[in-house]
Design a protein around this ligand. Sequence first.
Ligand SMILES: [Zn+2]
Length: 455
Amino acid sequence: MALYLKYRPNNFETIVWQEQVKDILKAEVEQDKLSSSYVFFWPRWTGKTSTARILAKAINCTWEWEKPCNKCENCKLIDSWRTLDFVEIDAASNTQVDKIREEIIDKALYPPTNLKKKIYIIDEVHMLSKSAFNALLKIMEEPPAYLNFILATTELHKVPETIISRCEVFNFKRISQDNIILRLEYICKQEWFDYEIDGLKLISKISDGWLRDAIKYLEQVSIIWTITAENVSKFLWIAPERQIKAFLDIVSTNDLNDIFTEIEDLQNKWIDLTNFIKDILSYLDEHLLENTKENLKLINLFDEIYVNIRLFPTPALAYKTIIWNKKIQFTETRNKQEKNTEIPENLKNKEKIKATKQEETTEVVETTKCEDIKNKLISKLNSPIIKWIIKNFWEIDQENWEIVVYIISNTNFQIITKPDNKEILEKEISWLCPNKTIQIKNITKEEYFEKQLSN
Ligand SMILES: [Zn+2]
């Protein structure tokens, strides 16, 4: 038997972390003050359907104490689906649309055949069609004494008010990661699994509040390995926090060779680089306050990769190109800042300072012009990849009055020199600046990097 079924709660006592829901329902059963209809609500899977089934059994259980007993004929009938009086419908499934109309409109009007009461559990009830809701409402307005509805939903606001007003509504709490870890640890001990708490933490994190998924992951990993963080990430193809931190440390060093080697390493480890970006961003978000300035810079960098990753032939190429391009910008900014602070100390002659300042001003004007033309050009182009290449690898060679598009990767070079693309580019540039020529140069990463540093 699958673990998530084995450890699924089967009476009120085993419903964990929904204390309020559990206590009220238990009291209603004991005092025989049950409502005819219930709505169970919470945005995620939190044991709604398990609780619904426990309630269905409690309503029908023939044992005098501690309902449901899970042993009497009625409890067994419900557990084994051997009765037509207990119906579970998933409104999110299209194949069940006909069933809903048929069940609700036709069959609900007849008394139960072998249970005390007929129970309808409708999961994801907000997905019902308007006519199905109307049919449901018609019965709810004057519910037969032998009928109970348990409606479960993740989107309460989509359930008509007329329905909700006729039900007792229960809000289910989201299960916290700590509670999921506790539950997983309990199961590990029961099943004699070898585990480390870090492995359970990681499972709880990736299952994101879904206890059923967490138990499924636990079972999958336990079949092959001891449950450690490393094995969990290996099995589920995700990068553990340690890996993310190591990668970010390398990116912060500014050594492009190391960074590129690490990206290839990650790929060789079969880490999905597209998902890895999301992990990195959520890691940075969680640790933002620890090193705000550096982390904001990194968020900026990885956000650009996240947005543009699909424009590249491979995710690795997106990482490399964007990191490499950003690194140059960082270095440039830093060099400029250093230059600016050094000048007043090193140069005592006021005239010289004046001259330098003038020089800087003209340089700024030229850069602005270049940026201006660049932005105009980008706004006229349609293809996102060409826009991206132009934005990042375009320059005006002022000595020769040439517009130069430096293309670093062969793939990018092939894209931009395609006859169609080249023609569009040349046409737009000739419109924007008639006295300049366009040249497209393919250079290596090292050449480009050296060129940037020498400028
Ligand atoms: Zn029973």
